[in-house]
Design a protein around this ligand. Structure first.
Ligand code: SF4
Length: 913
């Protein structure tokens, strides 16, 4: 048989075998592809070749001596020998020298039977060590709660150092000292936990020996493939199971989302599943106290009481932590059984502006491209997204791409981590994104950098859009945003001319009283420059929670059934009435925040809240809690007895993601399977089972599902964009919706030929600047912004992970050194932060990450519930509160004067979106 070789193919021989490769490929790579064994230690498929361990020595004809095959590039006609007595001897000596310095404690080592050094010692049949130990003893660094570094087991292969630099883009560790004293160390020799290390464990997962090893030592007996339950990135992972316990987490290298990477939460945050604090039995409140009940007692009571509130006195919250199937059932139950459209989910607090804004601009409320498209983007514009903390695996990719040549523009009021890797940082004042984006648009048009062909053929409303730009001369924009006009010009030029370009945004754009305008401002830039509907050009909203995209897709909102099929469209409603066999309501329901406002008015009386901490995550939390107290019947369904659940009449114990089958949809619209790894803890049950049981006990039909796959089949039947999705297909990997039939491959990129708008054209939005609802004044001279922490998500989950609590045990308020000095506040002092709605005492952290006159807090802690301060000023379209701009004052609390305006928490925690 003859093979046709293209001109770039290189022919060579390895051990007499004719093989081929491409320029830039190494001898090692080609040998491995041809199943020719060459031993290695420092080499790793994810990392640049290093040539340090000298185990991969080979002989190349014409080259003097032996050479490292991991660094040797192939060449035409090259003749390589991988095995000879000389090669064997050289490798053996290298191995023996390593072993001479290595403690022989294999049986008690965490990596016993997984150690690559041990494997090679067996391969080479080494039965004694001929050399003397040369290296000094170094004490292990055990400062990190999740893993330890033992320099005495380290073979100095630098896989960990290269992982941190090349994959994480961090460079937290390096080889230090010389000769026999060389070890791996964090910068300046500080304990690892005090360095910039993000505890992702990527170095641990690539360490060939026990030098870097997890402190949790139990080995799994089985590994179950599933999807991460924390953020919306949707990383693939394996839960390692022993008995009914999760003892390890490893990354899925085949998952296109994370390609074998995980962050600290994904890898080490799943200890919450087996926490002894899990809810194990239903609870019924009697005489103000929760008492354990049987499932029959609890479900019968819930069904009987819910029946009293059919209609608009009833409200329901679907869980963005739950599966698509469970979200679908919550909205079906609300609409078909309770006869109201009063159903919503936590996207109302975060990315509802994305759904509204991108639907107006592009016709669909989802991210336009797969994350993999970032690799081809020449310019990445990150605005209002602290990606490295909120979506860490995507964030580390951004660091890496920027370090490798992509242009990175960051627009953020704070000096976030990504600004260190950016070509340009625009530090706009909080709440001034519309003028910033419109100012950039004006520069693009004035300088003729817009894509006229794309605008003419693919967009509408250009003239109206242009007309409004007269309000955005750069002097005005500079004075509103605080960004020097030269920087605005530079950003506009870089974005418009340096494509293909992707815009990444998140809650810094959406959580405003003009969040929808902000989103449309982002979309305008993409349309103007033709950066949408193409590979590596688009708009990526970074959805917060694991399945917040899915909760929206599945109809947990007051205006639409799943797949964004509107409830007030008669044809659509008729379809659902026929499918579900009941009359359905035409008028849209209440939005989440209004559930509680209407409860205070006496109009809403009952709540079914699945997996959301409503009492602490909605702005102006005191008001929400007052509403919860006023409601007549409240049911919480969760995995822990959260502080929000304290307001319930009945609490139903739910199974976690590890205890059930289902699907999550990530921020790229990728629907992925979660799989049951262990049995539900205690008597907890999957959310879908609980909702079905309540419905059945209320006499409803259409809730007789026996597994999650059957629910997805019903979703597919009723949802054009999910028509081709089934569990059977998802076994082969995730599918990005829309997926219109069993043979449809799904849609990695949206809007390639036309937009989903009624006209098929992208809509340019002429935006007018509306200031935030509050601004700093004499009484409240600071602006407070909020955001996520790398180490927490929902404290209900992450507070049950001792290591995460050890790294970040409490809320802090960050303030600039200039303000701290002026107010006499030192790092760690207790301060009182007061807004028009509430006050709380919290520890100060002095940092120049925030600008003078601004403060920053997360929203993860019950003890310091930030949302007692935040403002319920709503975006008029999406009804999302303005979390990002709250006028506050700050003052030092005398030691004896510390107090809290909120009742102290008992368990768990909150989280926006
Ligand atoms: Fe999980 Fe998000 Fe971390 Fe990925 S980046 S491992 S999805 S928390």
């Amino acid at each position: 048989m003859t093979t046709t070789l293209d001109e770039k193919t290189i022919e060579l021989t390895i051990d007499g075998k004719q093989v081929t490769g491409k320029p830039d490929e190494t001898v090692l790579l080609v040998a491995r592809r041809n199943r020719i064994h060459i031993p290695t230690l420092c080499n790793h498929a994810d990392l640049e070749p290093y040539g340090g361990c000298r185990m991969c020595l080979v002989e190349v004809k014409g080259v003097r001596g032996l050479t490292t095959s991991c660094t040797m590039k192939i060449a035409p006609g090259m003749e390589v020998k991988t095995f000879s007595p000389e090669i064997e001897q050289a490798r053996r000596v290298s191995l023996e020298l390593l072993l001479a310095d290595h403690p022989l404690e294999c049986l008690t080592c965490a990596k016993n039977q997984q150690c690559e050094l041990q494997t090679l010692a067996a391969e080479f049949g080494i039965d004694r060590i001929r050399f003397r130990k040369t290296r000094d003893y170094h004490p292990p660094d055990e400062s990190n709660p999740f893993f330890a570094y033992d320099p005495n087991k380290c073979i100095l292969c630098a896989r960990c150092v290269r992982t941190c630099r090349q994959l994480q883009g961090l460079g937290a560790i390096d080889l230090v000292n010389r000769g026999t004293r060389t070890i791996v160390s964090a910068a300046n020799g500080v304990p690892w936990v005090d360095s910039v290390c993000e505890s992702c464990g990527e170095c641990v997962s690539r360490c060939p020996t026990g030098a870097l090893a997890d402190k949790q030592r139990k080995q799994p007996l089985e590994k179950i493939k599933t999807t991460c339950t924390f953020c919306g990135t949707g990383c693939g992972l394996f839960l390692g199971v022993r008995g009914n316990e999760i003892v390890s987490v490893t990354a899925d290298r085949t998952n296109p989302v994370n390609l074998g990477r995980l962050c600290v939460k994904g890898r080490y945050g799943n200890a919450f599943v087996n926490s002894p604090k899990r809810l194990t039995k239903p609870l019924i409140k009697r005489n103000g106290k929760f008492e354990e009940a049987t499932w029959d007692e609890a479900l019968d009571l819930v069904a009987r009481k819910f029946a009293e509130y059919r209609g608009d006195a009833f409200t329901a919250v679907g869980s963005s932590r739950g599966s698509n199937e469970e979200c679908y059932l919550v909205q079906k139950f609300t609409r078909a059984v309770m006869n109201t459209n009063n159903v919503d989910n936590c996207a109302r607090l975060c990315h509802s502006p994305t759904v509204s804004g991108l639907t107006k601009s592009f016709g669909l409320g989802g991210g336009t491209n797969p994350l993999a498209d970032l690799h081809g983007a020449k310019c990445i514009f990150v605005i209002g997204s602290n990606t490295t903390e909120a979506h860490p695996v995507a964030g580390s990719l951004l660091r890496r791409l920027a370090d490798n040549g992509a242009t990175l523009i960051v627009a953020d009021p704070r000096k976030i981590d990504l600004t260190k890797h950016a070509d340009l940082w625009l530090s706009q004042k909080s709440g001034t994104d519309v003028p910033l984006l419109m100012g950039m648009a004006r520069v693009i048009i004035e300088e003729g950098l817009h894509d006229s062909n794309f605008i003419a053929s693919r967009c509408e409303n250009f003239d109206d859009f242009k007309a409004v730009l007269k309000y955005y001369d750069l002097d005005t924009v500079e004075s509103i945003t605080g960004v020097p006009k030269e920087q605005i010009v530079r950003a506009a030029r870089l974005y418009a001319t340096g494509g293909p370009a992707i815009i990444i945004y998140s809650l810094g754009i959406t959580e405003h009283s003009h969040g929808v305008d902000n989103v449309m401002g982002v979309a305008n830039l993409a349309l103007l420059t033709g950066n949408v509907g193409k590979p590596s050009a688009g708009v990526m909203p970074m959805r917060g929670q694991n399945n917040v995209q899915g909760a929206c897709d599945m109809g947990c909102g007051p205006t639409a059934y799943q797949g964004y099929q509107r409830v007030n469209d008669p044809e659509i409603r008729k379809k659902f009435e026929e499918a579900w066999g009941v009359p359905l309501r035409e008028e849209p329901g209440l939005y989440l925040v209004d559930f509680f406002n209407q409860a205070l008015e006496g109009n809403v009386k009952a709540l079914y809240c699945v997996g959301m901490d409503v009492a602490y995550s909605i702005a102006d939390a005191n008001r929400v809690q007052e509403a919860l107290r006023k409601m007549e019947f409240v049911v919480f369904q969760d995995i822990f007895l959260t502080d929000s659940a304290q307001f319930a009449d009945v609490v139903l114990p739910a199974a976690s993601f590890a205890e059930k089958d289902g699907t999550f949809t990530n921020l790229e619209r990728r629907v992925q399977l979660i799989r049951k790894a262990i049995e539900p803890i205690g008597e907890s049950k999957p959310d879908w089972w609980i909702t079905c049981e309540i419905a059945r006990r209320m006499g409803a039909r259409g809730f007789d599902f026996t597994n999650a796959a059957e629910i997805m089949d019903e979703i597919a039947r009723l949802t054009p964009s999910f028509a081709g999705i089934s569990f059977a297909r998802l076994e082969a990997g995730g599918i990005q919706w829309p997926c219109f039939g069993p043979d449809h491959p799904g849609t990695p990129r949206l809007h390639v030929e036309k937009f989903n708008t009624p006209t098929g054209l992208g809509h340019l939005s002429p935006l007018k600047y509306r200031p935030s609802a509050e601004s700093a004044d004499e009484d409240y001279p600071f602006i407070l912004t909020t955001g996520r922490s790398l180490y927490h998500f929902h404290l209900a989950m992450t507070s049950k992970v001792p290591g995460l609590m050890e790294i970040e045990p409490e809320e802090t308020v960050r303030l600039n050194p200039v303000d701290a000095e002026r107010l006499g506040i030192a790092d760690g002092d207790m301060v009182r932060v007061t807004s028009r709605r509430g006050a709380l005492d919290v520890r100060a952290k002095i940092t120049d990450v925030v600008k003078p006159s601004t403060l920053h807090m997360t929203f993860h802690f019950y003890d310091q519930p930030t949302n007692v301060l935040t403002n319920q000023a709503l975006d008029p379209v999406s009804k999302t509160p303005e979390y990002k701009v709250t006028a506050v004052r700050i003052e030092k609390v005398p030691a004896e004067g510390a107090c809290s305006t909120m009742a102290k928490a008992t368990e768990g925690g909150a989280g926006n979106g």
